[in-house]
Each structure stands twice: as C-alpha cells, then as structure tokens.
Design a protein around this ligand. Structure first.
Ligand SMILES: Cc1cc2nc3c(=O)[nH]c(=O)nc-3n(C[C@H](O)[C@H](O)[C@H](O)COP(=O)(O)O)c2cc1C
Length: 377
C-alpha cells in the first residue's frame, strides 16, 4: 500500500461530479447536471462522511447522443482549488492531460492547491483517448507512444517538485529550460494517480504513479491487473495501490435496486454516446490492446468490437455495476478487498440523491466488516 489517504482498508473517491452526466450515459431525467451548487453539496457530504477524495474528469468535448454527456464540464485544476477551500479533510484531485498541461504548470498548480488545502492535493495523469478533445487546443492526438510522452512529462514534473536549482531538459517530446518551481507543495509528494487500463498504461503507472485507477470488467481481469502491477512496480523498486471503477445502485431491497438500474441504464440508456465513445477510443488504443497483452487489454478490445455482453448499456463498459441491497454492496466490496483492491469509485446516476443513503446504510456495514472506520467527529 502506498499509504495515501489514511488507514481505511477500502477507500473511496467520488468520481465525475464536475461533468454533466457524471459517469452515466443515460437520458433519465434525474441524470447528473453538474450544477455548481449541487457539486458543492456533494463535496461537503463526502467530506463529512470521511470519503477519501474527489476525482474529477478532464473533458473538452461531449459524447453526443441525446444527452451530450460531458458537454458541460468544469475545469479540474480550478475546481479542485475551489472545492478544496470549501472542504476540510477530503483529498482533491486534478486531472492533467499530458499533451495540454505543461509539467511546470502542473507543478505550480498542484502546489497552489496543496497550500490552499493544507496538503490535500493529488494529480491524476491521463494521456488522452479522444482526438476530438484536442482539436479545440490545436493538437492532433494519436495513440502512438502516448505513454512514452507521459513518462517524459512525469520525469520533468517530478524533478520540479524535488526542488533545487533551475534545470534544462531536452528529450524526445519536451524541451524546457530554466525550469524550477516555488513554493513546493505542503505534502512531500502529492499522490500521483494514473488512470490507465492497457498493458502499456500499466507499465507507465508502475514507473510513475502511486495509484493505478483502472477500469473493471470482471473479477478475473482485476486479479490479473493486481498481479501485474505488483510485479511491475517491484521491478522498478516502487509500491502501488490499485483502485477500480464501480457504480452503485443501492436500495433497501434487491428488487428495487434492480428495477432502478434497469430503468436508467437499460431503458433510458444513451447508446449513441457509447457508440461515439467506442469509435473514438478505437482511434487511439495502445499497441498492447491490439496484441491483447493483458486481461484488461483483451477486455477493452472485446468492448470496442462490441463482443462483450453488456447488462447495462447505460453504464460505461469498464464501470463495474454493484446493484442490490446495502449488504450486497458490502459483500461485493469485501470481495474486491480480498483480491487486493485498495478502493473504488463512488458513481451514481444522481450523486446528491443517492450518496446520503449509501453513507447511511453501507458505511456502518463496512465499519462492522472491518473495511472502514468511523470518521473522527
Ligand atoms: C478512474 C479513471 C479516470 C479517468 N479520467 C480521465 C479523464 O479525466 N480524462 C480523460 O481523457 N480520460 C480519463 N480516463 C481514461 C484513461 O486516461 C484511459 O484512456 C483509459 O483508462 C483507457 O486506458 P488506456 O488509454 O491505457 O487504454 C480515466 C480512466 C479512469 C479509469
């Protein structure tokens, strides 16, 4: 374990509240609108409940379809500073696309947010997958060598945050000169997350990140990813936590939960959004996905080919649905913890309506199961 975010055996990050639709491609009227006042309300609820962090999505283009999910989104660095000032304990992540944000900008912005929050900033590094998001910036994104560029970016960022005199760097993808930053962050090293899935992405994460936050297609795939990252991180003399994507529909009875999930993620699914996602993702897939190197690569390839069976077409292919009673949710999270997973995303159709019940019913059960402890008053 990397030791970030305290001692809970199973940790949570609220994922996607800065974007319309959150993480759910559904046209259900209750879908997340990402109104600022509601974002703040969810951030405060999360903070009081002892949820470890808020993880935004860096988005520059919607997914089309009927709802144009993600078409309305708040920028993640400025949002983290604002939410950090409005909360007391929860971690606030930013998400940086390495082709859009320079390492020097990221280092200074992370340090700013870390000072605003007294040491609660974290960096999620993403290498991009949708070329349409880069057009507004005048950049043509290709899939080739995304993670090599990411690693070079990270080495400059890391060197800046180590402090010390100005330095120059001339590499394959970046040339900078006279680089240094001040002030350094409050934390010695704000946590670094990589949101990769492919085998190439897993190697990048093992070299650079404290956390691999990845998609979950099945228990088998997650067990394979866990084994890979441990072996790879050890190879580079590092340690890493594994977090996965989970989406919750929790109700007092299994029937109610299943009916609600069926309603919003099957009947009200926005299939054009997922088709667009598939088409765009296919343009930039890693070489390892083409050759099927890891279980995650094979799962992504099957998803893109439309070959993977989808129980809930109104949820993302790599988002693992946990649908049932509070006890069902705890049993599922226990299973993930047993595989070695350190935590997962809290994703709901409507965060403000569903998070309070989750905190009220699932958290005490997780405490009894030894997976979490009560947050200090
Ligand atoms: C938890 C999580 C957060 C992510 N956040 C973003 C994001 O904010 N912006 C983005 O463009 N991609 C994001 N992604 C997509 C990843 O960067 C990556 O493209 C995806 O996981 C597929 O992995 P691969 O590129 O190695 O195939 C996220 C993925 C995960 C699992």
């Amino acid at each position: 374990m990397s030791g970030f975010f305290g001692d809970n055996r199973f940790k949570f990050g609220v994922f996607g509240i800065n974007c319309s639709g959150g993480m759910t491609p559904s046209v259900a009227p209750d879908r997340w609108k990402a109104d600022w006042s509601e974002i703040v309300a969810v951030a405060k609820l999360a903070d009081e409940a002892g949820i470890e962090f808020l993880l935004p999505i860096a988005k520059w283009h919607g997914l089309g379809g009927k709802a144009n999910m993600w078409g309305h989104s708040f920028e993640t660095f400025s949002q983290a500073a604002a939410l950090g000032a409005l909360t007391k304990k929860t971690g606030v992540f930013v998400t940086a696309h390495v082709s859009l944000i320079t390492p020097a900008f990221a280092a200074k912005a992370i340090s700013t947010i870390d000072h605003v929050t007294g040491g609660r900033a974290g960096l999620n590094i993403v290498c991009g997958w949708n070329p349409d998001e880069f057009g507004p910036h005048g950049i043509r994104l290709t899939g080739e060598r995304r993670y090599d560029r990411g690693l070079e970016w990270f080495r400059i960022y890391e060197k800046l945050l180590a402090g010390g005199p100005e330095f120059d760097h001339k590499g394959e993808f970046f040339e900078v000169w006279g680089a240094s930053t001040e002030p350094l962050p409050v934390q010695k090293r704000p946590p670094v997350m990589s949101a990769a899935q492919s085998g190439e992405g897993q190697i990048f994460a093992a070299r650079a990140a404290d956390i691999l936050f990845t998609g979950m297609h099945s228990h088998e795939q997650v067990a394979d990813t866990f084994a890979n990252i441990n072996a790879r991180a050890a190879q580079f003399g590092r340690k890493q936590d594994l977090y996965v994507e989970t989406q919750f529909v929790v109700r007092p009875t299994r029937k109610e939960a299943e009916e609600y999930a069926h309603y919003y993620a099957t009947e009200m699914a926005d299939p054009d959004a997922i088709d667009y996602f598939r088409r765009q993702k296919a343009v930039t897939i890693s070489q390892s996905t083409k050759t099927g190197d890891t279980a995650a690569d094979r799962a992504v390839a099957a998803t893109l080919a439309g070959a993977a069976p989808r129980r809930y077409p109104g949820m993302f292919p790599a988002m693992y649905p946990i649908v049932g009673t509070p006890d069902d949710a705890v049993a599922e999270l226990q299973r993930l913890a047993n595989i070695g997973v350190a935590g997962s995303t809290l994703v709901f159709l409507n965060y403000l309506k569903e998070l309070p019940y989750f905190v009220q019913e699932v958290f005490p059960r997780l405490e009894r199961a030894g997976l979490r402890s009560k947050p200090p008053a």
